[in-house]
Every structure is written in C-alpha cells, then in structure tokens.
Design a protein around this ligand. Structure first.
Ligand SMILES: [Zn+2]
Length: 95
C-alpha cells in the first residue's frame, strides 16, 4: 500500500488490527474508559481513540498485538469484552 494519493474529503485511519488504511466511517472507533475498551459508535467520546474494522478478525489481531494498550498508552491489558460483543453483534446484523 502506497497510500497518500487520493485523500480528498474522506478521512482515513489505520486499523490497529490488520494495519490497513480505511475510511474513518468504515472503522469502529474505540476509546479506553478506566481500563475498559468501549466502542464509540457515534465517534463522540472524548480521549484518545483507536480505530479497528468492526470484525472479530481485526479485533482478535488487535488484541493479539496488544494494539489497544499501545494506542491508549495504558499500563497493561484492557478489557475488550464490550467491543467484542459489539463486533459480534454487528457481524450477525449485516451479512
Ligand atoms: Zn482491519
């Protein structure tokens, strides 16, 4: 991926799971609230955000890479239960 060619009005972010760039609207923003990763559905929660494709695959990759503690500069493991539930529900809702 060379990127940077066509930025335009569509902001891009990097998925912390697969490390691919994608349109911000196609990624799920995640913020850490007191050691718990929370899916920021509306993109309105304050604080440092991490972006991931809303799929179990990318979430797994992100967890395995410890991408969330790194992104949030947290001391250690973060609870991703809420995010996982959200992602798994999303998979079922949209084929
Ligand atoms: Zn991804």
């Amino acid at each position: 991926m060379s990127g940077r060619a066509r930025a335009r009005a569509c902001p891009e972010r990097t998925c912390v799971g697969c490390r691919d760039r994608a349109a911000k609207k196609d990624l799920l923003r995640i913020v850490a609230v007191e050691g718990v990763c929370v899916p920021d559905r509306r993109g309105t929660l304050p604080g440092r955000g991490a972006y991931v494709h809303p799929t179990p695959v990318c979430l797994d990759l992100a967890v395995r890479r410890r991408a969330f503690p790194r992104a949030f500069r947290g001391p250690g493991a973060l609870d991703t239960t809420d995010v996982r539930r959200y992602v798994e529900q999303g998979e079922q809702a949209s084929p």
